[in-house]
Design a protein around this ligand. Sequence first.
Ligand SMILES: N[C@@H](CCC(=O)N[C@@H](CS)C(=O)NCC(=O)O)C(=O)O
Length: 208
Amino acid sequence: MLQLVGYLESPFVRRVAISMQFLGIPYDHRELSIFRDFDEFRALNPLVKVPTLVLEDGQVLSDSGLIIHYLETQVAGRSLMPADSEAFLAASQMVSYALVAMEKVAQIIYETGQRPPEKQQQSWIERLEQQLEGAVALMEASLLRGPKPGKTWLFAEEPCQADISCAAAWRFTQHIDKVNISADDYPAMAAFSERAERLPEFLACPLS
Ligand SMILES: N[C@@H](CCC(=O)N[C@@H](CS)C(=O)NCC(=O)O)C(=O)O
C-alpha cells in the first residue's frame, strides 16, 4: 500500500491526499512532523519534506506536484488536469496561485515561529504578506470571472486540480492565525471553499 507521510495541516500534503481521493487511490496516512519528528523523518527521507510518498517497494518521492504527476501517470492512468489546451493553461495558472499562497503562508509561519522576535525582519514579512495577498487576489479574480459556461466547477463537471489546490490553499490561510486573509475581502474564494469542503473527497481529509 502507498504511504502518504505528513500532517494534513500542510496544504501540500492535503492537496495530495484529496487528489488521491479523487483518483481513487488507496493509501496509508502516516502523521510525522517535520519539526517534532525530525530525526525519524530524516531516517525515512533525508530531505525532511512533506508530503513524502513511500512506494510499495520502499522508494520515496517528495514534492506535491511530482507526487501527483507520479500518481496520475503511473498509478491511476488519468489526470486531474483538464485535457483542453486553453483550460489546461488556465488551470495551471490557478494551481500556481494556490501553490504560492501555500508557500507564502508556510514562510510566514517559519519567519515568525522559528526566529526569535528580535531576529525577525519586518520588511521580509511584509513582502511575504504582499505575495500572499497577490496570490489570493488572483484566485479571487479568477473565481469572479466564473467557471467556464455550463461547468459546475472551474473547468468541468468534476473538480480538477485547480479546484482542489485553490480550496486547499484558502482553507490553509483561514487555519493559520498568523496571516490576515479575511473572508470579507475575498467572498468568492470563501464561498468556493465552503462548497469544496463539503465534498466527500475533502471531508475525508480534514485539516485537524
Ligand atoms: N514545493 C513543495 C513544498 C512542500 C513544503 O514546503 N512543505 C513544507 C511543509 S508545509 C515542508 O516540508 N517544510 C520543511 C522544510 O522546507 O524544511 C511541494 O509542493 O510539496
